[in-house]
Design a binder for this molecule. Structure first.
Ligand code: NAD
Ligand code: MG
Length: 351
């Protein structure tokens, strides 16, 4: 039996994880947390908007599935990594923001960090634990979101409703907007850097509208391995929860008797500058990824509330990055302060 703590149980990932857990006799839900929606009776231990560290201390899980959205997921990520408790990580924002501090906690704890993000789960499976020097580069695929192919002018007046209409994935509101701006792929670029220890120059992003190829690894001998499957998060969730085993899921395997379109095109960094800003923040390092994430969270909230236009999301993030010195945080308290300062700057940004 694996004892699972599910954080973010009412969300898009959380609900799909509940389905996977319910279908597997060897997975036992011992604790569940949500931000605000009630979850009474969902697990022996539950917490709504409470202290997740307290919940985890009491639950003593074998696996923490962190499916909280945003920087709010940081305490759970650090809790699991420090203790060597397997961390199934959907909450990419915590790894992006904490970066080296999270990796140091992982080294101390000595446990597993298994990505739930589909592209990173795909990379993990293609890499099979091979050393970084055998890898020439890795490729993250992006659907391109609902605004693929549009020019900046055509995005001047798009609102939340259009940004929330994602062509291939059904997800929470924040990540859906991030997919429309390509900030999500920017976060994933930084996530891949920390997960796989690769320099940014060896992590590419390519637009692939049908979302069937999740990632590609190019090896130094000229071979490239790709991971294919229908876009359905139950596959990477199941992989992380049952690792190193693979169990059946309700997701059908690829049907090659029907036409299957596998197109790839470079991302349009002019129309979607957040991908470029994320790469720059990652390459410059220090706390700039934390600033990128914090400002993006504030800007996405403002966009969803109708307070700023779509194209201003990137302007808010650019302004916060320009105002930050990026000096590395020595500990989590300093990181939390950097996050808070970036949020203040982003909230007052002149867009
Ligand atoms: P969502 O908005 O649907 O759900 C978020 C969940 O987090 C909810 O249960 C909410 O109650 C909970 N939550 C928020 N703040 C909390 C707090 N302070 N304490 C405890 N719980 C809190 O989001 P989602 O789409 O499920 O995404 C969750 C995470 O997974 C994000 O980091 C996202 O980037 C990542 N992710 C999601 C998908 C997807 O398909 N939805 C794919 C890849 C990665
Ligand atoms: Mg992803």
């Amino acid at each position: 039996m694996k004892r699972i703590a599910l954080l973010g149980a009412t969300g898009s990932i959380g609900r799909q994880a509940l389905e996977i857990i319910a279908a597997n006799a060897e997975l036992e839900l011992v604790a569940a947390a949500s931000g605000s929606q009630p979850i009474d009776g969902l697990a022996p231990l539950t917490s709504v908007g409470g202290d997740v560290e307290e919940l985890l201390e009491e639950a003593r899980p074998d696996v923490v599935l962190n499916a909280i959205v945003g920087f709010a997921g940081l305490p759970a990520t650090v809790w699991a990594l420090e203790r060597g408790v397997t961390l199934a990580l959907a909450n990419k924002e915590s790894l992006v923001a904490a970066g080296e501090l999270a990796l140091a906690a992982k080294r101390r704890g000595g446990g597993l960090l298994l990505p739930v993000d589909s592209e990173h789960s795909a990379l993990l499976q293609c890499l099979e634990g091979r050393a970084a020097e055998q890898v020439e580069s890795v490729v993250l695929t992006a659907s391109g979101g609902p605004f693929r192919g549009r020019s900046r002018e055509e995005l001047d007046d798009v609102g939340p409703e259009q940004a929330l209409a994602h062509p291939t994935w059904q997800m929470g509101r924040k990540i859906t907007v991030d997919s429309a701006t390509l900030a999500n792929k920017g976060l994933e670029l930084i996530e891949a850097h920390f997960l796989f220890g690769l320099p940014y120059g060896r992590i590419d992003v390519v637009v692939h509208p049908t979302s069937v190829v999740h990632a590609i690894v190019r090896f130094r001998d000229g071979a490239a391995l790709a991971h294919l499957g229908y876009p359905d998060m139950r596959v990477p969730i199941s992989f992380a929860l049952t690792y190193p085993d693979r169990v059946p899921t309700p997701v059908p395997s690829l049907d090659l008797s029907r036409a299957l379109v596998l197109e790839f095109e470079p991302p349009d960094l002019n129309t979607f500058p957040l991908l470029r800003l994320a790469r720059e923040a990652g390459e410059r390092g220090g706390t700039l990824p934390c600033v990128f994430n914090a400002a993006n969270e504030v800007a996405v909230d403002a966009f969803l509330d109708g307070r700023i236009p779509f194209l201003a999301i990137a302007d808010v993030v650019a302004e916060a990055l320009a105002a930050a010195d990026g000096a590395p945080a020595r500990d989590l308290d300093e990181l939390v302060e950097v996050d808070a300062e970036a949020r203040r700057v982003a909230a007052g940004a002149h867009v």
